[in-house]
Design a protein around this ligand. Structure first.
Ligand SMILES: [Fe+2]
Length: 156
């Protein structure tokens, strides 16, 4: 169904919409992984990590909304359904049950690292096709790299 006219030519739109959809899936999953660990973290550093994880959830939710609405603005319907997220996320499996504080931090370092690699690929892929979307990916990457730094510092 044709609803919203895209300002981009078809070839560029394909590149950008794949990048936005991929980012949406990664960011929704990042918010779920961070909440899962927020609820299950145990250990002497419970309090600080528990609170730090909700900062990631907040960032991931805001960024997922930004990329989804950018897709809509370009005329491409975003897909944030659970099955789509489960099959497309770049984040590895998250362990079930209680998770020790050091393992919680390591899991978040890995999850953020996986998303950052893919987000940087999207920065590189979209510069020619749509610098406006690229700008969004750059901003998101900077924020995720800040969270990544903070979790790495936690386990130093
Ligand atoms: Fe909470």
């Amino acid at each position: 169904m044709y609803v919203v006219k895209s300002p981009l030519p078809d070839a560029d739109l394909k590149t950008v919409s794949e990048a936005l959809q991929g980012a949406l899936v990664d960011l929704v999953d990042l918010s779920l992984v961070a909440k899962q660990i927020h609820w299950n973290v145990v250990g002497p550093r419970f309090r600080s990590i528990h609170l730090q994880l909700d900062e990631v959830v907040g960032s991931a939710r805001i960024h997922s909304d930004t990329v989804a609405e950018r897709a809509s603005a370009l005329g491409v319907p975003p897909d944030g359904r659970a099955a789509t997220v489960a099959s497309g996320s770049g984040i590895g499996p998250t362990p079930a049950g209680w998770i020790k504080d050091t393992d919680a931090v390591r899991t978040m370092v890995d999850a953020l690292g996986a998303v950052i690699i893919r987000m940087r690929q999207r920065v590189n892929a979209t510069g020619e096709a749509d610098p406006v979307s690229q700008d969004i990916f750059i901003g998101i990457t900077a924020d995720l790299e800040k969270h990544h730094w903070m979790f790495q510092a936690e386990n130093a």
